[in-house]
Design a protein around this ligand. Structure first.
Ligand code: PBG
Length: 329
């Protein structure tokens, strides 16, 4: 065929490359994770996440307005809970006047169109730093799912558009869906962290929320009995299919970069939107390398985000959302 066919013809100029480009990341693709804390005027940088902050509600308001102006239309909320309010059952999670509940109201008050998703899992509220209730050295499944359902209803009552269970208990999507239906929240969506791996890339996030599993006797030291083994691929398809059958509107693969084979596998198998979470450790790695002058921050960021979308992501949860808009928006 050569020289009649020369693949390089389609790469000769930026214009032809633009014309035939298959994958374009836009601000519409992003779900912006936000960390909320109690207090006033608080904007604390997370040490392992340079240029990423925990915000008190008053500054959250400002941030939301700024994000909306930048063309970012969806946020994913996490709260840092006071140590005194933590217990094994995550009781504070269903406080109608809890920080998460007030955060949703605050956002809906200043920017009703902003899509609000809330994290649903016990770890920020758990005295043991686990996503579920701990008993006899184990994480209780069904009892945890019941609390997650109550938590979801509580978030829906405050105006959350979607709840996002990130815990990996079995059957929790069905338990949550049924609870939402019973309470009349038929339009509240569920984005399930359906293929969430037990990953070492979550370290900076656990610093941000002070939510790492504690080191005490008879409490598991890691999350490997509920989050997936990163050696497994087909299990991710089964997990995801089950969550869809139970009522998940959006499914997710997490982390991102090391798991793009899983993203493609799932994208080929399912017909609901697929979200990918480019997690805190991925953010930290690039920030650190860029700080040292070893990588070109913006170029690598764009390459990574494009790769995530090319692999099949319909939604990208990423701490780079604002950086992306500043570079490309
Ligand atoms: C916990 C939760 C985690 C993340 C989101 N929700 C951490 C964990 O499972 O320990 C990690 C996100 C990130 O690293 O950016 N339910």
């Amino acid at each position: 065929m050569y020289p009649l066919i020369r693949n390089r013809r389609l790469r000769t100029s930026e214009s032809i490359r633009r014309l035939i480009r298959e994958t374009i990341v836009t601000p519409d693709d992003f779900l912006v994770p936000l960390f909320v804390v109690e207090g006033k005027g608080i904007k604390e940088e997370i040490p392992s996440m340079p240029n990423y902050y925990r915000l008190s509600l008053d500054l959250l308001e400002k941030e939301i307005k700024e994000l909306w102006k930048m063309g970012l239309c969806a946020v994913l909320l996490f709260v840092k809970v006071d140590e005194k309010l933590k217990d094994n059952k995550g009781t504070e999670a269903i406080n109608p006047n809890g920080l998460m509940q007030r955060a949703v109201k605050t956002i809906k008050n200043v920017c009703p169109e902003m899509l609000v998703m809330t994290d649903v899992a016990l770890d920020p509220y758990s005295s043991y730093g686990h996503d579920g209730i701990v008993a006899n050295g184990q994480i209780l499944n069904d009892e945890t799912a019941e609390v997650l359902a109550e938590m979801s209803v509580s978030h829906a009552k405050t105006g959350a558009d979607f709840v996002a269970p990130s815990d990996m208990m079995d059957g929790r999507i069905l338990t949550i869906r049924e609870a939402l239906e019973d309470e009349g929240f038929t339009n509240t969506g569920i984005m399930s962290y359906s293929a969430k791996y037990a990953s070492a890339f979550y370290g900076p996030f656990r610093d941000a929320l002070d939510s790492a599993p504690v080191d005490v006797a008879n409490v598991p030291k890691d999350k490997k009995t509920y989050q997936m083994d990163y050696a497994n691929r087909y299990e991710a398809v089964r997990e995801t299919q089950m969550d869809i059958d139970e009522g998940a509107d959006i499914v997710m693969v997490k982390p991102g970069l090391c798991y793009l084979d899983i993203v493609r596998e799932i994208k080929n198998e399912v017909d609901v939107p697929v979200a990918v979470y480019q997690v805190s450790g991925e953010y930290a790695m690039l920030k650190a390398a860029a700080e040292k002058g070893w990588l070109d921050h913006d170029a690598v960021m764009l390459e990574q985000l494009t790769a995530i979308k090319r692999a099949g992501a319909d939604i990208i949860a990423s701490y780079f959302a604002k950086d992306f808009v500043k570079v490309c928006g």
